[in-house]
Structure formats: structure tokens, C-alpha cells
Design a protein around this ligand. Sequence first.
Ligand code: DSN
Length: 407
Amino acid sequence: MHMRRHLPQFDPELEGYIQQEEKRQREGLLMIASENLASPAVLEAAGTVLTNKYAEGYPGKRYYTGSAYIDKIEQLAIDRAKQLFGAEHANVQPHAGSQANLACYFALLEPGDTIMAMNLAHGGHLTHGHPVSLSGKLFKFVHYGVEKDTEVLDMDKVEKLAMETKPKLILSGFTAYPRAVPFSRFAAIAKKVGAYAMADMSHIAGLVVGGVHESPVPTHDVVMTTTTKTLRGPRSAIILSKAEHAAKIDKAVFPGMQGGPLEHIIAAKAVCFKEAMTDEYKEYQKQIAKNAKTLAETLMAEGLRLVSGGTNTHLMIIDCTSLGISGKQGADALAECGIYTNFNMIPFDTRKPADPSGIRLGTPALTARGMKEPEMKTIGKLIADLLKNPTEEQKEKNRIAIKELLS
Ligand code: DSN
């Protein structure tokens, strides 16, 4: 818990809400697949006077004086990102994933060009061409999706679609796909049709560092990732690229998409990358995947159906259809006893996005708390018991069991 000295004095109302949120995080099971628990060192770096500094530009080429130390900090983040992922170039300024994705598109393409990406309802992201996103308004998207029977990608069909539609950029990497992304196959297809290969590895960047998932960095022109999720850094993003795209990427981020970089958050990213270079961190990533496997097996043994029949990443999606409840009803019931997940579309969902059939859940934050396979079995059973019987009595039983588990 953060010990604040000034905020409680000046703004007790706000401090009170922060403390309530700290308590919720401490006393709940955080199972939203994209959330994690940043370390105290990351939080400390994010809460520094670096927030006071304007530093538009890049290290050594700023539009503001007084940037000597900021330059050192940003360069440290850049060097560590390159080293960590084996990248030729790193831009650490994107405020968040959506900006980073748009910057990549603008670096390599012209508005109106065709991008091929995953359908949002099958696990893509809003910035992968949904009509409500600027991405979908400014570029032409062709979407691939998973197969109805297996709920996984058929890469021969992805290749066929690429051959037919000749996109200028092929994007891989997803937010709700429980299976490993076949990055090298995506890169080979892009090469075959003369498209740029781009990966959004936001969900799995930590797993990539831990050697649990193939890295897209060697085979792709550009790779973006958010720095939270499995990576366990601050809420932000970076772009990695081949050296030949460096100047275009930098120009697209600043001045293309953004003004002043958030140097306090860049400092927190530098801390995260240092943490990610340790053996302990790699073990942590391996445990995330082991925990997800055990949790998925437990849920299935309890009779729940998981999209694609399981997981080999950090996340899984429960299909609530046969339980007679919607994903939203299920996620709300779980939250009422302190198990936080999010409701999610399943492939070929017949329900609406605001009340879909699925619940997405993951293991990064539980694993950050030191939990292992035995806890996953206990938690899987609690989740299944509640979804099969979402009564007040079962919720109370779960609350007691969770308190015991976390004590
Ligand atoms: N919010 C992220 C997620 O939950 O996967 C995507 O932006």
C-alpha cells in the first residue's frame, strides 16, 4: 500500500476513494485478463516530479530546455526495451495502446489503405478496425476470424483472404484469443502478399519475455505492446520496429499522434523493463501460463465450456450459454463475491456486446500475488460453483472462502 503524506490532508475525499480501491484490490481476486499488479518500484517512478516536465521531441532533440535528465531517463527506457525484446528500434512515448496502434498505421500507410486484422467479436480490438474507432473510420479493414467448430484460426484461410484482398498491412495479436498466436506464419503470409507485418502483442508481451510464447519481434516490421497486462508495468505502451521504419514510427508518434510525452510513465516503463530482465520475472511468466492451464482444466472438469476448449496463454473465456445466464450476469455475480472478470463476446455470439455470452478471465494478477496451481484449483471450483448456482447463499460461501484464501 502507498503511504501518502499530502493527499490525505489536502483531499481526504479523494484519498478515501483511493484507499477503498486499494482495499478492493487487496481483498479481491483480480482476474481481468488485461489487469495486473505493478510493483511498488513501478508505482514510485510513476509518482515523481517527472510529471512536471515538458519534453516534446526525442532524447537529444527536444523543443524544451532543461531536458538533460529526462533525456537520460527516456534513453534508458529505449535501451532497455530494445535489449529486452531484441528490437532494432523502440519508441517508448505512446501514451497507451490505441495511440500506439494508430501511430503504426499512420507511419506505414495512407488513409484509405487496406489492413487485415482479427474480427473484434473473435478476439480483436476496437483499434483493429471497428467502425466506431478512428482506425475503422480512416482505413479500410478486411477481417479474418476463428473457425466455428474449433474456435481457433485456420491459417490457410487467413492466407487465402490475404491473397484475395491484398492488404498493405497484416495485423496479428489479440485481446480475447486464448491460444498462441502463430506469429511466424502471419509474417510469412505478409511477405507473400507484399504487406507489412505488424503485431499487437499487448496481452502476451510478458509471456514473450518469459519464453512462454513465440516473439513476433524477429519476423515483424512493427510490434506494439501495452506495458500493463502480462508485462506488469504502468498503463501505457511502446512500439518496437525494424531500423528501416524507425524515423517513420517516431514521426507518427510525435508530432503525428501526440504532444508532450509522459516522462513519469516512461520512467515507470524503464523500471518494468529492468524487472523483466530478471530470472524471477521469467519464472513468474511461466507460472502465469501454468496457472491458466490448471484453472482452465478445473473449470472444464466442473462442466463449464471454454472457448476453443482451453488455453495455452494467460487467458480463457467461459461460454455461459449452457448455464442459462449471460456473461454479464455471470461476471456481475462473480464480482459480488470479489472475483473480478469481464463479460466478453464469444465467437459467433448471438447476444449483444453489452450483454454477451462469455466471461474472460486470466491469471497475471493472481500469479503476481504468489498463487500457484493449488489456489487455481480452489478458485476454479469457486467460480464454477457460483456460475452454476448464482444464489446469495453461494455468494456468501464464496466470500468466506476467498477471505480464507487471501489470509
Ligand atoms: N482493455 C484491454 C483489454 O481488456 O484487453 C484492451 O484494450
